[in-house]
Design a protein around this ligand. Structure first.
Ligand code: NAP
Length: 474
């Protein structure tokens, strides 16, 4: 743990294992309630100094973080792959993303503008200024162990907030590396504090504290709801980046090869363990069989294995629970009439047997009553569902409590706009399997979240707007 500018140890140690091999990669020290309270005090004490710096000074610190991240890019990618299993290619992409978030917010720190507002009486001058919310508690998941933190720490630091950061104890090592970089970049003590440990011990003090004015959470909808409820007692601001169940729709006029390629990217990146993964792949009846045939060829060609091996495209899943959950969804689908075109089982040949590997899987004849169509799938399973009309598929796509990412493939310009506006999702990719960019707003509607991360939108959640009205003598 890193609190008040110091690396501290406790007597509780946790070994972090590589999900591809079962080998211990490293260990971390687990904090409890007392250390979390200390971190809150440190962040509170650091707030006047950090928020009192000029935007340019804060930007300078963030630029130093960017430079140090650039120097360690390959090393960080290796740490991510070892701690949570994704392929080194996907881990490099995550590190690039992390760098671009800090870079963007190093620049955006200078652009926290307010407004002057025309008054209704001649002797009034009205303005609105924007100020940092104060001390922030940030909690992130294991699936993007580095970049999910960057999307919170970058904007929060840029506007002048101080932070207590809790990464997932499943994959905390890349966060430890990030905090080493904060330390080397000379961030004043108490501005950033790292606490790793049981969520109960850490979340309790964070949620009860009157000092912590904001909680920024990325993780499951289930935990997000608990935190929203707990935030009521102290009326904290909340940002919630929660679960998803993305529809991926392929219309009859789509470029089939492009859509197949997009499915591979959207479904299998990070071993299918992404909140924005294509979860329900709807294919028009007239091209269904051809699409399934071409996708089958691509899925069968995916190479699975230890993510550190450059030749592997699909790495290990993070843990046993993940394997059990996807296998349960596959069995449920088959029991209700789906067919497995490829995969459908755990991989245990040779070295794969030591890790959490599940075969990339292609299911056809999938129907809406199967668990895979309404429970978030966090694994490499591609379920194909048949549809006949735009109206029918829109209804199916929106018929779920999630509303994070959605995708569709078509060459019909009117449909591109019509459907983009009607999909009840925070993000829409049209012929685009990865519509996410540092400069764009990332986030969900319905039970997928509150608030946006990324771009200029990402600053808003860490700012309060204050009215100043001055009555003057004329
Ligand atoms: P999770 O179980 O909700 O955990 C997320 C974080 O919350 C972890 O740090 C976890 O700590 C902590 N946590 C667990 N229970 C808690 C509690 N009762 N109070 C406070 N904190 C608690 O989610 P996950 O399994 O790590 O991640 C997968 C989920 O994240 C999926 O649903 C995925 O869709 C979602 N996700 C969303 C986005 C997005 O941007 N919308 C991005 C990535 C992932 P420990 O791990 O230490 O227990």
């Amino acid at each position: 743990m890193y609190i008040n500018g110091e690396w501290l140890k406790t007597n509780k140690k946790l070994d972090i294992k590589n999900p591809a091999t079962g080998d211990v990669v490293d260990h971390v020290f687990l904090v409890g309630k007392a250390e979390t309270e200390y971190a809150i005090q440190a962040a509170e004490a650091a707030f006047p100094l950090w928020s009192g710096l000029t935007a340019e000074q804060r930007s300078g610190y963030l630029q130093k973080v960017v430079n140090k991240l650039e120097e360690k890019k390959e090393y960080l990618a290796q740490v991510i792959t070892k701690e949570m299993g994704k392929s080194i290619h996907n881990a490099r992409y995550e590190v690039d993303n992390t760098v671009s978030f800090f870079k963007w917010y190093a620049e955006e720190a200078r652009r926290v503008y307010g407004d002057t507002i025309p008054a209704s009486s001649p002797n009034r001058r009205i303005s609105a200024i924007r100020q940092p919310v104060g001390v922030v508690g940030a909690i992130t998941p294991w699936n993007f162990p580095l970049s999910m933190g960057a999307r919170k720490l970058g904007p929060a630091l840029a506007v002048g907030c101080t932070i207590i950061f809790k990464p997932s104890s499943e994959a905390p090592l890349s966060s430890v590396e990030l905090f080493k970089i904060f330390d080397e970049a000379g961030l004043p003590k108490g501005v950033v504090n790292l606490v790793i440990g049981s969520s109960g011990e850490i979340a309790g003090p964070l949620m009860e504290s009157k000092v912590v004015r904001k909680i920024s959470f990325t993780g499951s909808t289930e935990v997000g709801k608990i935190l929203i409820r707990q935030s009521a007692d102290t009326v904290k601001k909340v940002s919630m980046e929660l679960g998803g169940h993305a529809p991926f729709i392929v219309f009859e006029d789509a470029d089939i090869d492009l859509a197949v390629e997009g499915t591979i990217i959207s479904k299998f990146s990070s071993t299918g363990q992404q909140c924005v993964c294509a979860n329900r792949i709807y294919v028009h009846d007239t091209i269904y069989d051809e699409f399934a045939k071409r996708l089958h060829e691509k899925v069968a060609a995916l190479k699975v294995g230890n993510g550190l091996d450059e030749s592997n495209e699909i790495g290990a899943m993070a843990n046993e629970n993940g394997i059990e959950k996807v296998h349960d969804q596959v069995i449920d689908a088959v029991n209700k009439g789906a067919r497995i075109l490829y995969g459908g089982s755990r991989l245990s040949d040779g070295n794969l047997g030591k890790g959490y590997f599940y075969s990339p899987t292609l299911l056809v004849d999938v129907k809406e009553n199967m668990k895979i169509c309404f429970e978030e799938t966090f694994g490499p399973i591609a379920p194909l569902i048949r549809f006949n009309s735009e109206e029918e598929v829109l209804k199916m796509a929106n018929n779920i409590e999630y509303g994070l990412a959605s995708y569709f493939y078509t060459n019909d310009l009117s449909r591109m706009y019509r459907l983009s506006e009607k999909l009840e999702y925070g993000m829409v990719g049209v012929n685009d399997p990865a519509p996410f960019a540092v400069q764009g707003p990332f986030g969900g509607v319905k039970e997928s979240g509150l608030g946006r991360e990324g771009g200029r939108y990402g600053l808003d959640d860490y700012l309060e707007t204050k009215l100043i009205s001055v009555a003057i003598r004329l």
